[in-house]
Write a new protein. Structure first.
Length: 312
């Protein structure tokens, strides 16, 4: 009977595309990994990996065996999670990707999660870079905005409202736009990480599109807010980034008669019917914190759903 470590090592080799990267991810030496594979192939009586000058790839038998191994490993992890929760908490390691602009909202949530589950380790990457969940082995990612087409599975946690803002200083120097078309004569602060470069506004039953122009561009939402506070231009940003500054008067909302499209706060996970227990706990925690009546920091209440995302 193949050992658990051998099955896990085989799956890691295929996913990593070679022994060196797999050994690094597993925290073992390449020689140990090679012995495990030799033992597994000898026990099964068939070759699972094809070794060529261009690298390692699974054989037909290896592809079939990998699919079965993944189901076995998923069932084992699910069984472990179920028993662990009965014993008082989640165990394992949660690898999570979160937008840098959301750190002030997300860090307290993860702190609460860590206190409730003292045996759950967390490895969290805060970055506005779109991480490759599968290639970088993340268990889940929190995303804000409009999702691109993807094979990832998305759970919508809450709506995210966008708002157009500028500082009183900027408005005093340049005036206040009365209609979306007026933005073409203003200095706009451009978020270069957006899926769409145009700003859209609802006018009655119709949508108006405006392409903002400006000399300052960045892929950081926090930098956009700081530039707006400094009076350098008009910014279109998620409400949760600027709600406190609007309340204090440091920023003013613009074009309030024109609604902007509603986006979403999502948790994305790799494809497959199996939801890891630690990811399920994360989703439940975020729904409790940001969904329903608690969604004021990101938007207004909206139904939750899980399924293939419209975008990534």
């Amino acid at each position: 009977m193949p050992e658990f470590a051998d099955l896990k090592s085989f799956v890691e080799i295929v996913d990593s595309g070679g022994f060196n990267r797999a050994a690094h991810r597993l925290g073992i030496s390449k020689s140990i990994l090679s012995r495990r594979m030799a033992r597994l192939e000898a026990e099964l009586g068939t070759r699972l990996l094809s070794r060529t000058t261009r690298g390692i790839s699974p054989t037909d038998a290896g592809l079939e065996f990998k699919a079965r191994c993944e189901r076995i490993l998923a069932d084992l992890e699910d069984a472990r999670d179920s028993v662990a929760q009965r014993g008082g908490g989640m165990i394992g390691r949660l690898r999570l990707s979160v937008p840098a602009a959301f750190v002030h909202h997300m860090a307290p949530v993860l702190a609460d999660l860590a206190r409730l589950h003292p045996r759950l380790a967390m490895d969290v990457s805060y970055s506005d870079r779109i991480a490759d969940l599968i290639g970088e082995r993340f268990d889940a990612a929190v995303r804000i905005g409009t999702l691109r087409d993807s094979s990832l599975v998305a759970r919508r946690i809450a709506p995210v409202r966008a708002v157009l803002v500028a500082s009183p200083e900027y408005i005093g120097r340049h005036g206040r736009p009365d209609a979306p078309a007026d933005l073409t004569t203003h200095e706009c602060l451009i978020y270069s990480g957006a899926v769409q470069t145009e700003l859209r506004f609802r006018s009655g039953k119709n949508w108006l599109s405006v392409r903002p122009e400006g000399r300052l561009r960045t892929d950081s939402g926090d930098a956009i807010v700081q530039w707006a506070l400094a009076g350098l231009g008009i910014a279109a940003v998620p409400l949760f980034l600027v709600s406190e500054f609007i309340a204090s008067g440091r920023l003013e909302s613009l074009l309030l008669d024109y609604d902007m499209p509603e986006h979403g706060l999502y948790v994305l996970r790799p494809p497959g019917p199996h939801v890891l227990g630690k990811v399920r706990i994360l989703i439940d925690t975020l729904v409790a914190r940001f969904g329903g009546e608690h969604a004021s920091c990101v938007g207004s209440p909206s139904p939750q759903e899980e399924g293939p995302p419209r975008g990534n």
